[in-house]
Write a protein that binds this ligand. Structure first.
Ligand code: FES
Length: 77
């Protein structure tokens, strides 16, 4: 689905940029794409998508740290 109709930027592209380039906010996306530079109607939806992906990424990292810590504690005991 297109998020930014003016520049043809899809939700999938935004997700990919957040996942692969480490971008974590709308400023980062705007720095590497023209998203929002024309009418600006896409900004709110793009922010929502970015927040969702960042939250998901951070949550999965937290789980990984917990998993690693649990394994380390199990080996130590
Ligand atoms: S929809 Fe993104 S700038 Fe217009």
């Amino acid at each position: 689905m297109y998020v930014c109709l003016c520049h043809g930027i899809s939700d999938k592209k935004i997700v990919k940029l957040v996942e692969e380039s480490g971008v974590s906010d709308i400023r980062g996306i705007k720095a590497i794409t023209p998203l929002g530079s024309q009418c600006g109607k896409c900004i709110r939806q793009a922010k929502s998508i970015i927040q969702h992906v960042v939250l998901e990424r951070d949550t999965s990292q937290d789980i990984s740290v917990i998993d690693i810590t649990a394994v380390a504690l199990k080996k130590a005991s």
